[in-house]
Each structure stands twice: as structure tokens, then as C-alpha cells.
Design a binder for this molecule. Sequence first.
Ligand SMILES: Nc1ncnc2c1ncn2[C@@H]1O[C@H](COP(=O)(O)OP(=O)(O)OP(=O)(O)O)[C@@H](O)[C@H]1O
Ligand SMILES: [Mg+2]
Length: 259
Amino acid sequence: MIVVDDLHKHFGGFHAVDGASLTIQEGSITGLIGPNGAGKTTLFNVIAGVLPPTSGKVTMAGEDITGLPPHTLFSKGLLRTFQIAHEFSSMTLRENLMMVPGNQSGEKLWNTWFGRKRIADEERALAAKADEVLEFLTIDHISDERAGNISGGQKKLLELGRTMMVDAKIVFLDEVGAGVNRTLLNTIGDAIIRLNKERGYTFVVIEHDMDFIGRLCDPVICMAEGRVLAEGTLDEIKANEHVIEAYLGTGLKNKVANA
Ligand SMILES: Nc1ncnc2c1ncn2[C@@H]1O[C@H](COP(=O)(O)OP(=O)(O)OP(=O)(O)O)[C@@H](O)[C@H]1O
Ligand SMILES: [Mg+2]
């Protein structure tokens, strides 16, 4: 579905992504692991159009999408989740979700004059969709809570929920489990698996929690120093000597070895 070919992203003389090549299979939940500073987030940002690449190519279903801006990729169903922006923290969860889809009739002046009924209908449909998403994510009991008041884990679920308001095809999740308690992490994992199985979403998941990766992801891709070191099941990755070498001295060695 996504092919990354010899991608480079340099910051001055520093090569954060240094010739990364990989393939994301449609329908997979692919894990992306690697020591701190391996270039995982930078790779995501380049694929998702947040940062322009220095060189290299990204294709989606055969189409060259290299360097396309995020909103164009969004309309093609390629989404990278972002933290709930500060401005949205005073809005309720339902309102946050209703903000997501673009091209609503209400945004066009013409329609504000001539299409009041249509706008009301669309708002109702959007609210119903938002409620369905909140229920799917098991946070429907806090639909009317302001986003600024919910826990970190619930915010992660809300971020995931935003991808469900549009027809996402592939979703990039960067450390969705960071700072989230076990119970909510399991809920997030369940939601990802259901979205994958029931709605056909493809996921690429960056995560340092190897239990989470092991439960969700096949295959797992390991990056270090801006390149792909190995790809396989988590067990294969953990046994790979290049991977073990890359984690040596980073303090994460034991995490990989013991996971
Ligand atoms: N805007 C930038 N300017 C300069 N250097 C950057 C910039 N963004 C990232 N880097 C550097 O590029 C390298 C890769 O960073 P990146 O955030 O992609 O790593 P990562 O694999 O996501 O690490 P982590 O697991 O800690 O999140 C790091 O050394 C980082 O300091
Ligand atoms: Mg990162």
C-alpha cells in the first residue's frame, strides 16, 4: 500500500532519515520500533507530508505522494494522529469529533444563505456519527466532557476517534501508548484491532512498549540511525543480531531482550 524508497531527511549535516526503504502491506498493523533518535518520528512526518524529504520517494497504491501536503494526503485517506490542540480543549469530545470532516456545507457562504435545512441535517448526521465513534471507543459516557478535562489515555482514544470521522485507509500512530495506563492501553489496542479487522484500516504504529507491539503488530520493522535494520515478527526481530546491537548501550537493550 505504501512504498518508501531510499528516503532521506537531513537537518543541516545531520541525517535523521538516511536511506530508509520499506513497504507497508495493505490490511496490516505494522510496528515501527528502534532506539531513541532512530528517525521513526521523522520518517512518519515525511510520509505524512509534515516535513519535505531531502530525497527519495513515497508511493501510495502506486501513486507518487512524495512531499504532498497533509490535507491532500488526508483526503486520500492517509492520516497521522496529532495531539488535541490547545484551542480544542474547551470543546466537548463530541464537538471535537464533529470538527474533523472538511468540506461541510456550513463552511460555504452560499449555503449559509440558501441551505439552512441542509446544514441542520448535516450537523445532525455528524453528531450521530460522532456518538457512534465515541461508543465504539468506549468513551461515550464522557461525550459532553470538555477535552481539556479528560485523562491522557482518553485523549489518545479521542485522537484515534478523529481518524474514524473520515474514511481513513492508513493511519500512522506515534507512541499512542506513551504515559497511558495499562487498562486504557488495552482499550486503545482493542480499538486498533477492531478498526483493522472490521473497517479494513491499515496501521503503522511507533511504540516503545514491546508488549503492545507484540500483541498488535505483524510485521515489525526496526530502524536505527535513519535506516531499516530488520523486518519480521517481533520474535524474529528480537533475535536479530543487528537489532540487538543497535539497542546496546541505549538502556533499551533489556526491554527488547526481556519482552
Ligand atoms: N527538526 C529537527 N532539527 C534537527 N534535528 C532533528 C529535528 N527533528 C529530529 N531531529 C533529530 O533527528 C534524529 C531522529 O529523531 P526522531 O525524532 O525521528 O527519532 P525517533 O526515532 O522518533 O526517536 P524517539 O524514539 O526518541 O521518539 C534525532 O537525533 C533528532 O534529534
Ligand atoms: Mg519519536
